[in-house]
Structure formats: structure tokens, C-alpha cells
Unconditional design. Structure first.
Length: 556
């Protein structure tokens, strides 16, 4: 924990753990302000976890969440009010401490504190507030006529899609002026978290520093995006900095709405409640699986779209396989609660999956959407919808529950001019070019093409976007089309996978001949692909612009 003093009444720091609260108490702090929304990162505790420990230690705690990249004037007012009301000294935190320092700076500016004093205080604490100067001076208005930075190609998001498309562009023309905007320090191989929850991978294997992955020659703007002004070819960063572009690629991924299920954030990581969709919780899944010898195990799946639609049932299969191998399966009542109406959206793969559902004696509950959970009471409530659309609430108990939260586009995307009515970036599903702004493209989970949201999809999309931008520049002669390819390696047991590969409309798009891997049947070779080959392909090929089995289809 790195505590940075702003003034006598406030200190800030990056993300803390619940175990840090005792030290804060020891150092004399009387209050805590959390400025980081729950669910922003895969490795953060919820505010409820921090608040519970704080209250036990005799500290007051206040939740003033600010979406990364969207520090609003009213956020600063709320922060200022909290600062005035809470016992001093106050400790505030967010992902890095920058949001907390920014909120303090804006509040002080509104109160008439001399600008040099604000900048000096934050600089001494290690935070550069120079990017907020114009905002304080002009009442929050953000000029877009003068840019703080300008690049030919700007990429928003340094996840699988962002780094892959940057590398694919550079493999075509190493002289391109490219910038990636992303505030994160760590890049996660999220497809590996299912394997962590099944005891196959260690969590540390799924994380690398962002700095080690940004392609050489690409400018890394380590900041959060606040807004888009596509008419001005401008991206507005947190702190009112302006980045101009000639062409823009939008690929920031999804937001997991942990708050979308009442009671969930209060019990994550304890009371038998877990999720492989968070880096720090996947190991807890494996712990629960190993410890459960009898009882009721629930696995849930929310409404589509979600990231990796097969992951909720993968957790079921790997857990059940362990219980089967250790001889306790007969003592465990396994239940899969799916908000949808089918086990898997592409019918050709369902027979093989049903064999395992039957093998593990798992009970399927379709059209059941988790709507509330009480961890200490070990109870969960589902909204059940019948064929006529009528709903009823179903209550059940559990000893272990693997929860998948609702998924949505990030807030700064949903409120932007780039979004469709549902909040997703609005693209042509073939070219991945924006339907309204012809110098903008999108790939990955955030765009609205009707494909599966998987890393394998991004692997195929990156070369399409790279080629089509080169064509737009005049350095490629053909336009590439994306066929909707997505892949879901369904880990039905340790050592076997049903390798689902499909495109738009559920069309089967196998990468291998059926004599080698028949994706509609469980395969050990597919398991080896998932366990041994896909991680290095991700780190060393996909993220480096090597387009193995991902060459785009040209249409002239």
C-alpha cells in the first residue's frame, strides 16, 4: 500500500485490499472514500468488502464511485461534500489514486484555491494534474480545436483486440503512427480463467504486464477515455486531454455488471459464492470444488450477449469431472440455471454436451435468470419465464454457486455517438467499419456484430480491421470480410474438449479436418490445443501480429 499525502486532511493511494484497513487505522486515518466502481477490474475487492472491515475497525467509509475516464463536475461536488462531512484525516483510493487526486483538484478549484497550490500539492504526491488545468479554468468545457496529442491511427483499448490489431497493422506497414489508449498496468489472458477454476492453470500464468505487450513503436497513452467527438476526430481523455486521430479503432472490451444482481457483491469470494469471470476469484472456484464433498452446486448463465458463452457450463463440467474422479459426484446435486432456452446456441454441439450433462447427472433449468443472492443464508432467487412470457420467482439453496454477472458495454461507449440503441458500437458486420463514421472501426466484445464474443473471434477480426484500414489509406487493394468466426473450446472433462467453431448464423467453421479434430465430439487433441498451444499462440502469435489460421477473406 502506497499512501500519498495531498494535504493535512486527505491522502490517496492505488487500490487497497481489505487487509490494508488495519494499517490505515494504525496510521491515524478516520475515514475512507472509495472512488473506484465495483467490477472495474478483475482483481479488485468490492466496496462492501472494504466497508465491512472499515466499520469493524471504527472507520467511516463512503462510496463515491467514478467511472474510469468520466470524472464529471458532479462527481467532484460529491467528493467535496464527502470530504467536508467525514472525520479527518480522510484516505481515498481508486485504481491508481489519480481519480481521487483529480476529484480533490477539481473540488479545490471550485472552492477558489489558487491553481499553483493545487498543482504543487498533487505534484508533491506524485500526480500530474496539468491535464486538468484547462478544465478548472474554463468551467469544465473541453476544447477540441487544439489537441494534446495527434496520431494517424488511435486504438482505444489494449486488450486482445487492441494489441492484436496494432501488431497486425505494423506487420503490414512498420512506419504507421499508432497510439493505444489504455490505463491498465496488467493484461489478462481471460480464456485461461476457466482452467484456473478447474485446477489446470495457475492464475499467475494468465497475467502479464501491459508494458511488455504493447508493440514496439506504438505510443502508449496510459489514460482512460472520457468521451468521443467523432465529428472533430477527437478522443477526450480523463482530465480533459484531447487526442486527435485520422482513423480510430474502438476495442475496450466489456463491462461486467456485478451490481446487476442484488446481494452478489456482498458475498463474492466467500460463503461458497464464486466466479471464473474475475481473476482473483477463479482460484476460489477451484478451492470450493476441492472442498465440496456433498451438497448442492449451482452454475448460472445470464442473458446474452456475454463474453465466452460456453464459460458458464465449462465451470460445471470441470467441477463435475473432479467430483467424479474423486468419487463424490453421487453426493452432489448439480444444477445449471440458464437465462436462455438452449444449452448451446449451435445445435450441432448439443448432443455431445448432453452426454456429459447426463454423465454428471446435472439438472438443466432453462429460462431461469439469477436476480438475487444471499450468501450467508446460502440462498439464490431466479426469475423463471414460461413459454407465454409469464414470470415467477424461484428460490433455491446452495452449498456452492458459480455466478456469471450480466455483461454490458462500458459506460463511456454506451453514452457515446458511436453506440447503437443497445449501447454497442454500431458496425457493418462484414467490414467492421462504423456505419455512421467512415474513419472508425471496431472489433472485440464491444461491437454489435452478431458473433460470439471470444478471444478467438478477436483473433480473426484483427487482420480484417488492419487490412481494411490499409485499404482506406490506399496501401491495400482489396477489402476483407469477417465471417463471424468464433471458437468455444468446451472443456467437458479434464483431458477432453468439444471444440465448437462457428460463424454467422451458426455456420460450422472448423479449422481442422474432421479426421484430425471433429469439433462435434469430445477430443483429447482439442484439449492439448487448449492447454498447451492456445496460450503461447495468444501471447507469442496473436498479440504479435502473426496471423496463423487467421488470414482474412478478401472480397475485392
Amino acid at each position: 500500500m502506497e499512501i500519498k499525502k495531498i494535504d493535512k486532511g486527505l491522502s490517496v493511494s492505488p487500490q487497497i485490499a481489505a487487509s490494508d484497513v488495519a494499517e490505515l487505522k494504525k496510521q491515524g486515518f478516520r475515514s475512507i472514500i472509495c472512488n473506484r466502481p465495483d467490477g472495474e477490474g478483475a482483481d479488485q475487492p468490492t466496496f462492501a468488502e472494504i466497508e465491512k472491515v472499515a466499520k469493524k475497525a471504527g472507520l467511516e467509509a463512503r462510496y463515491v464511485p467514478v467511472v474510469s475516464g468520466r470524472v464529471q463536475d458532479e462527481d467532484a461536488e460529491k467528493f467535496g461534500a464527502a470530504l467536508s462531512e467525514l472525520p479527518k484525516p480522510v484516505f481515498a483510493y481508486c485504481r491508481t489514486g489519480t481519480r481521487s487526486a483529480t476529484l480533490w483538484s477539481l473540488d479545490q478549484g471550485a472552492k477558489g484555491t489558487a491553481l499553483p497550490d493545487i498543482l504543487a500539492a498533487t505534484k508533491n504526491a506524485g500526480y500530474d494534474m496539468s491535464g486538468v488545468v484547462r478544465r478548472i479554468a474554463n468551467g469544465g468545457k473541453t476544447p477540441t480545436d487544439v489537441a494534446d496529442a495527434s496520431h494517424d491511427i488511435v486504438i482505444v483499448g489494449a486488450g486482445a483486440g487492441g494489441i492484436s490489431v496494432a501488431s497486425s497493422l505494423l506487420s503490414r506497414d512498420g512506419s504507421l503512427d499508432i497510439a493505444i489508449i489504455d490505463p491498465a498496468d496488467v493484461h489478462y489472458y481471460q480464456p485461461g480463467w476457466t482452467m484456473v477454476g478447474g485446477g489446470i492453470f495457475d492464475a499467475s500464468e494468465t497475467a502479464k504486464t501491459m508494458a511488455s505487450l504493447i508493440p514496439q513503436g506504438v505510443h502508449w497513452i496510459k489514460a482512460a477515455v472520457s468521451a468521443f467527438e467523432p465529428q472533430a476526430n477527437a478522443v477526450i481523455l480523463d482530465g480533459c486531454r484531447v487526442v486527435k486521430y485520422k482513423r480510430l479503432i474502438v476495442t475496450p472490451g466489456l463491462k461486467l455488471n456485478w451490481n446487476g444482481i442484488p446481494g452478489l457483491i456482498d458475498t463474492l469470494g466467500k460463503n461458497g459464492v464464486t466466479s471464473n469471470y474475475r481473476y482473483d476469484l477463479a482460484p476460489y472456484t477451484w478451492k470450493l470444488v476441492q472442498e465440496l464433498k456433498s451438497g448442492r452446486a449451482l452454475f448460472t448463465q445470464p442473458p446474452m450477449p456475454i463474453k465466452c458463452a460456453g464459460a458458464p457450463q465449462k465451470a460445471l463440467y470441470l467441477s463435475a469431472d473432479h467430483w467424479n474422479r474423486t468419487g463424490v459426484l453421487k453426493n452432489i446435486d448439480i444444477n445449471f440455471y440458464n437465462a436462455g432456452g438452449v444449452l448451446f446456441g449451435v445445435k450441432e454441439y448439443v448432443p455431445a454436451l448432453m452426454e456429459y450433462i447426463n454423465k454428471y447427472d446435472a439438472h438443466l433449468h432453462f429460462m431461469h435468470n439469477l436476480n438475487r443472492i444471499d450468501g450467508p443464508a446460502k440462498k439464490a432467487w431466479f426469475t423463471k419465464t414460461d413459454a407465454d412470457g409469464k414470470t415467477e420467482t424461484v428460490e433455491t439453496t446452495f452449498d456452492m454457486i458459480h455466478v456469471v454477472p450480466p455483461h454490458m458495454a462500458p459506460d463511456f461507449i454506451r453514452v457515446s455517438p458511436l453506440a447503437d440503441a443497445a449501447g454497442w458500437v454500431d458496425v457493418d458486420q462484414n467490414t467492421l467499419r462504423h456505419k455512421s463514421f467512415d474513419n472508425i472501426w471496431s472489433l472485440g466484445d464491444v461491437m454489435n456484430a452478431p458473433n460470439a464474443k471470444t478471444a478467438a473471434a478477436a483473433r480473426k477480426q484483427a487482420p480484417v480491421v488492419a487490412n481494411n484500414i490499409m485499404a482506406d489509406i490506399g496501401k491495400a487493394s482489396s477489402i476483407a470480410h469477417y465471417d463471424g468466426y468464433g471458437s468455444c473450446p468446451l472443456t467437458v472433462e479434464k483431458g477432453k474438449i468439444v471444440l465448437a467453431e462457428f460463424g454467422y448464423g451458426g455456420k460450422l467453421l472448423p479449422s481442422f479436418p474432421s479426421w484430425l479434430i471433429d469439433g462435434t465430439k469430445p477430443s483429447h487433441l482439442a484439449w492439448l490445443l487448449k492447454e498447451k498451444m492456445l496460450p503461447p499462440i495468444y501471447w507469442k502469435a496473436m498479440l504479435r501480429g502473426k496471423e496463423w489460421l487467421a488470414k482474412p477473406e478478401m472480397v475485392g
